[in-house]
Design a protein around this ligand. Structure first.
Ligand code: XMP
Length: 518
């Protein structure tokens, strides 16, 4: 595998726990260069095998002055690869090469002006005095042996260093974030001028590479995949099907908490268009029975998660022996849900959907997108000929409509929500806004209000419209929907959905709100 063309052009990123590590990977891939992120504890042997064109040491929350601060194997500096240390990575280089790192009297968080002091390949065509993004408490007070300072800011006299003959560079600021105005140029210089990479990370070659990788891993064994209809598991299923054909078996579990028409869409897309082995399991009654009387959001999630695992396990067992469970896990999911083995990142939240499944069923995980971002998965799906309808689908949560029905989940309330939700989707699409919104949906509130229809008094439910813009779901803004659309939605929902006499619009951003109401 190491002779693969992608591997010959690979950039290795060693992660010291920075919240920006994924941004570095993103930037590298935008230049059509393949890269992989590994924990900083990657062994020397593994580093040698990877045979990268260059190595980037990320930032991280630790201080090299602390006793147990994370390290990489120092022998990697003897391999002759160009190396770039960013923030903590730069301080580590300083520490390992006999320089000095001290706590800065003024911690530097936010923007600073970068003064270029010396000519450097790193700064070719970079403007002097441009704004860079700083996020550090420590700074370099003495240069490491063999290095010179090439740029400074008011608080950091050594904001960038280099040893050009050894091709080792350090930046105190973060070139990978958008706030560093010339950051892309600086990274570009490192990748193309210093590492001499060429652009060959194309979707087609990535698909070929991934297919071979899946074939090597899976060999003749069988893979089961829980298809949710969402982008990630859908693209994963199509890719794995390309690699192993009949040995992939997809299960779509209808939990009774799906949007109107969802099940039928998934069935026709996968069975008819892609000829994928697919079983649709109708488990709605079982899920709804278990949810009876539960109003607490966390209890709802737990109940749905547990039932899903039970049903999936039973149904998979009926269908034979599986060695692998395929999932469409993305890089941000990995970063959020697991601390890298031996690495310093912090666990932010645990995976909410099928976390317990692999252990319980003794399955190995097959996660071809562990190093990709959502928009890259979308590109990949498009390249494989998947319809826009699936590729551009708005995210839909694992617990489904249950977390959009506040209070009791009953068949009647589910019907109300489905009908209102369908109207919202229809109208948002008709206004051409579907692809601009991260999500747009209905929420059924557990209150009734008084209204008047015809000449009669009504006492009925309230539906909230939720529509947000976001790039990753981690933060979000309420969408500034046109009044005309809001008016149309209110009109149609109140007229067409029996049991609703009032519609409100949610104007909370995240944080402090969340996207889903539960
Ligand atoms: P919140 O509500 O936390 O949601 O702002 C952020 C994004 O995650 C989705 N979401 C989930 N997705 N299982 C999922 O697969 C879940 O349990 C879950 N909870 C929230 C939500 O729709 C939004 O896109």
């Amino acid at each position: 595998m190491t002779t693969d063309i992608l591997h010959e052009q690979k950039i290795l990123i060693l992660d010291f726990g920075s919240q920006y590590t994924q941004n570095i990977a993103r930037k590298v891939r935008e230049f059509q260069i393949y890269c992989e992120i590994h924990p900083c504890t990657l062994t020397f042997e593994e580093i040698k095998t990877i045979n990268a064109k260059g190595i980037i040491l990320s930032g991280g929350p630790a201080s090299v002055q602390e006793k147990d601060s994370p390290l990489c194997d120092p022998r990697l500096f003897e391999l002759g690869f160009p190396i770039l240390g960013i923030c903590y990575g730069m301080q580590l280089i300083t520490h390992l090469f006999g320089g000095k790192v001290d706590s800065s009297p003024n911690r530097e968080f936010g923007s600073a002006e970068l003064m270029l002091n010396e000519f450097s390949d790193m700064f070719e065509e970079v403007k002097n005095n441009s704004i860079v993004w700083m996020s550090h408490g420590d700074r370099i007070s003495k240069l490491p042996t063999g290095f010179k300072g090439i740029a400074s800011t008011n608080n950091s006299p050594l904001a960038a260093i280099e040893n050009s003959s050894e091709k080792i560079y350090g930046l105190q600021f973060h070139p990978e974030v958008v706030h560093t105005i010339e950051g892309t140029k600086i990274l570009k210089n490192f990748l193309f001028k210093i590492c001499e990479c060429s652009q060959n990370w194309k979707m087609e070659s990535l698909i070929e590479y991934m297919i071979r990788d899946i074939q090597n891993k899976v060999k003749n064994s069988n893979v089961v995949c829980g298809l949710s209809g969402g982008v990630d598991s859908s693209v994963a299923a199509v890719l794995i099907h390309k690699a192993i054909g009949e040995n992939l078996h997809c299960l779509f579990i209808d939990n009774g908490l799906l949007r109107t028409g969802e099940k039928e869409k998934v069935e026709s897309t996968f069975r008819d268009n892609f000829n994928i082995n697919l079983d649709v399991i109708d488990a709605a009654d079982r899920f709804l029975e278990k949810l009876k009387g539960i109003t607490d959001p966390e209890q709802k999630r737990k109940s749905i998660g547990n039932t899903f695992i039970e049903v999936f396990e039973e149904e998979a067992k009926k269908r034979g022996d599986f060695t692998f469970l395929a999932q469409g896990t993305l890089y941000p999911d990995v970063i959020e849900s697991v601390s890298f083995k031996g690495g310093p990142s912090v666990v932010i939240k645990s995976h909410h959907n099928v976390g317990g499944l692999p252990d319980k069923m003794n399955l190995k995980l097959l996660e071809p997108f562990r190093e990709l971002f959502k928009d890259e998965v979308r590109l990949l799906g498009r390249e494989m000929g998947m319809p826009d309808e699936i590729i551009n689908r708005q995210p839909f949560p694992g617990p489904g409509l249950a977390i959009r029905i506040l209070g009791d989940i009953t068949p009647e309330r589910l019907d109300i929500l489905c009908a209102a939700d369908k109207i919202i989707l229809e109208e948002v699409k008709a206004f051409g806004l579907y692809n601009d919104l991260w999500q747009s949906f209905a929420v059924l509130l557990p209150v009734k209000t008084v209204g008047v229809m015809g000449d009669s008094r009504t006492y009925e439910s309230v539906v909230a419209i939720r529509a947000v813009t976001s790039t990753d779901g981690m933060t979000a803004d309420w969408a500034h929907l046109p009044y005309e659309l809001l008016g149309k939605l209110s009109n149609r929902i109140i007229n067409e959905v029996h049991g609703v006499n009032r519609v409100v619009y949610d104007i909370s951003s995240k944080p402090p709100g969340t996207i889903e109401w539960e």
